[in-house]
Design a binder for this molecule. Structure first.
Ligand SMILES: NC(=O)c1ccc[n+]([C@@H]2O[C@H](COP(=O)([O-])OP(=O)(O)OC[C@H]3O[C@@H](n4cnc5c(N)ncnc54)[C@H](O)[C@@H]3O)[C@@H](O)[C@H]2O)c1
Length: 359
């Protein structure tokens, strides 16, 4: 089968990541890079093309698909430019900076009959897949809470990430991943309402902290929380913390770190409330935080998951040849953008925002 020729616009951080991944990838031929800053092309690998302009890359007959890996505020115009040239396009996340931008991008792709998808490789993160496997297994019983969080220590954003006009801020940066993961964990389940706090803790223009609560129609309250500015005195030991917490009536899952460690703690059968009974603890009698009866708490390892970011492009290759669907649908990315808009509105007004109507 013919290898898919991919040309990439943007040879910054993510351009380099794509170069490492795709240089030698089954079914793909990485053709080359364009970047508006020629210095960024100096270290492009030998054997790959360095284009003098985006237009030259897009026109190259060896390029079947263009991957956009530029600052967020460039996605709209570049996707439309690629679509108008009749080429398929993959765009980095966040796909767009607003719903209007996304509508225009999608319309251009439809008009020109080109295929359009978004790089959401974090659907293959081991921590996320582990939390999802725990939820899907039913081992926690009836789940009522999911928390998906990431904290940066003494961290600061830099470069274009601190400018609003360039699409900076952590909602656009990590918020899209954390929200996309939670939505993809529960496909088809509607969100009744959103309540959020979105703040600029130390940045003038853009958000660097958010907490977003989503009430799902299946009874689960999901929370995503991120901050780049948590202070730690032993920063050499840690520069971030990544956590999932999933709570059900029969168990709790702790999933910590990108390559997660943790455990499932669950009960053999439901713990019961025993009216009128007090438990003696070292701190005195309690009716609410007493220890469970002996033998009822079981600790189990987290399930093993086999997942890697390469899976994203493996799906792309198969979907390109019509063997399956593209993993990331534009409507899914639209829902994430809508959620971010609802979160901003909730933070601005201090009110909970109705999101999807539930019959
Ligand atoms: N999927 C992920 O996990 C992930 C991770 C990091 C970044 N990203 C996304 O990748 C994109 C790029 O982020 P980055 O961290 O690589 O930024 P970066 O600043 O390191 O690189 C961006 C590059 O694009 C070039 N560029 C900007 N506008 C251009 C234009 N109009 N034409 C040609 N080149 C242009 C810049 O010169 C720069 O070299 C962003 O949308 C970001 O959100 C995704």
């Amino acid at each position: 089968m013919k290898r898919i020729g991919i040309g990439i616009i943007g040879h910054g951080f993510m351009g380099h990541e794509h170069e490492k991944m795709l240089k030698d990838f089954e079914g793909i031929r990485l053709v080359g890079f364009a970047d508006k800053d020629p210095e960024q092309l100096e270290d492009v690998s030998v054997g790959l093309k360095r284009y003098a302009s985006n237009e030259e890359l897009i026109r190259d007959p060896e390029v079947d698909v263009v991957l956009i890996a530029c600052n967020n505020n460039q996605h709209h115009d570049l996707v439309i430019q690629v679509a108008e040239a009749g080429k398929d396009v993959i765009c980095e996340k966040p796909v767009a900076m607003s719903l209007q931008e996304l509508d225009e991008m999608e319309a251009a792709c439809k008009k020109n009959n080109v295929r359009f998808t978004v790089h959401h490789q974090r659907r293959f993160d081991p921590d996320f897949r582990t939390a999802k496997a725990v939820l899907d297994s039913g081992t926690l019983g009836s789940v009522y809470t999911i928390k998906n969080s990431l904290y940066g220590f003494n961290g600061n954003m830099h470069d274009w990430h601190v400018f609003k006009s360039e699409g900076g801020g952590m909602l656009y940066d990590w918020g899209v991943h954390l929200l996309d993961q939670v939505l993809w964990m529960m496909p088809g389940v509607k969100i009744q309402s959103v309540f959020a706090d979105v703040r600029n803790v130390i940045n003038f223009e853009v958000d660097d902290y958010f907490k977003i609560l989503m009430r799902f129609e299946n009874g689960i309250m999901a929370e995503v929380e991120l901050g780049t500015y948590y202070l730690a005195d032993k920063v050499q030991d840690k520069w971030f913390e990544r956590h999932w917490f999933v709570g059900g009536n029969r168990g709790t899952a702790y999933v910590d770190g990108f390559f997660p460690e943790g455990k499932i703690v669950r009960t053999a059968h439901l713990l019961e409330n025993v009216g009128g009974k007090r438990t003696m603890t070292a701190a005195g009698p309690t009716r609410s935080f007493g220890p469970a009866p002996e033998g009822m708490i079981l600790t189990e390892p987290l399930p093993e998951v086999h997942t890697s970011h390469e899976n994203y492009f493996e799906n792309y290759v198969r979907a390109y040849h019509g063997e399956e669907e593209f993993l990331v649908k534009i409507d899914e990315t639209r829902r994430v953008l809508r959620l971010m808009e609802a979160a901003r509105e909730s933070a601005r007004t201090g009110k909970s925002i109705a999101f999807e109507s539930v019959e």
